[in-house]
Design a protein around this ligand. Structure first.
Ligand code: NDP
Length: 240
């Protein structure tokens, strides 16, 4: 049977592109997002058969547990897990409400921890299992106006490297992908020519979700790569 890939945040944006690419490569894909209709529509658009959609808030422990039980029961063991579910509530720290801090940390950091934990036993049973967590270049470099978001992504880096060490002996690989500015709903508010930072991207443009998906596929399929941070940012990190 073909590999099963769970893509959290797979209904659109970067996760949507990852879902499409994995389906094209013959994986069965389980798309997870809060909006049931959007997840269902994403699955309906995938090439091939046997894909499923699940409505789940990754920051909710019970929902994550139930979703992965359902995946196990209906689809079997998980080979690939991609954590692309994420939100931002960008503002200067003095203008950031504590509830927004919690929402960002719970979705971006706790959410990935919960899904990794829920998938891991199943992944230990499969050959060549791999996890890709989607961090951000601002988690590596910091960015004014993104203190909380950057902290969530820096935390995700520490989590990824530690988990890579924990599970390497069981042949599960764990890597972090750190995109720069990518054209998705998350950056839809940024006018390309106006956005601070975008102008200074050495490659001179926003990245496309498909370009991040290519890098995710590389990490998932590279059997001797674990505990790495792969930056996909058009060179932005060079000038940050
Ligand atoms: P989008 O806003 O386009 O998509 C976000 C996805 O995450 C959607 O599928 C959304 O579905 C899902 N999601 C959000 N919150 C939750 C939740 N609590 N539980 C389950 N699913 C959730 O974002 P991007 O594609 O741009 O971002 C994907 C990842 O890449 C994020 O982690 C983001 O931080 C990161 N990133 C993005 C960059 C960019 O420039 N776009 C740059 C660097 C990193 P739904 O709303 O239905 O839940």
């Amino acid at each position: 049977m073909s590999r099963l890939a769970v893509v959290c945040g797979g209904s659109r944006g970067i996760g949507g592109a990852v879902s499409r690419l994995l389906a094209e490569r013959g994986c069965r894909v389980a798309v997870v997002s809060r909006d049931r209709d959007a997840a269902g529509a994403a699955v309906a658009s995938l090439r091939g058969v046997d894909h499923v959609s699940l409505s789940c808030d990754v920051s909710n422990e019970l929902e994550v547990k139930k979703s992965f039980e359902t995946i196990q029961k209906t689809c079997g063991d998980v080979s690939y897990l991609v954590n692309a579910a994420g939100i931002n509530r960008d503002a200067l720290l003095l203008r950031t409400k504590p509830e927004d801090m919690l929402a960002v940390l719970h979705t971006n950091l706790l959410g990935s921890m919960l899904t990794c934990r829920a998938a891991l036993r199943s992944m230990l049973r499969t050959q060549g299992a791999a996890i890709v967590n989607i961090g951000s270049v601002v988690g590596l470099r910091g960015n004014a106006g993104q203190c909380v978001y950057s902290a969530s992504k820096a935390g995700l880096q520490g989590f990824t490297l530690s988990l890579a060490k924990e599970v390497a002996s069981r042949n599960v690989r764990v890597n972090l992908l750190a995109p720069g500015f990518i054209r998705t709903d998350m950056t839809a508010g940024l006018e390309e020519e106006e956005a601070v930072g975008v102008r200074s991207v050495p490659l001179g443009r926003l990245g496309e979700p498909e370009e991040v998906a290519q890098a995710a596929l590389f990490l998932l399929e590279s059997p001797y790569v674990t505990g790495q941070v792969l930056v996909v940012d058009g060179g932005l990190q060079l000038v940050m």
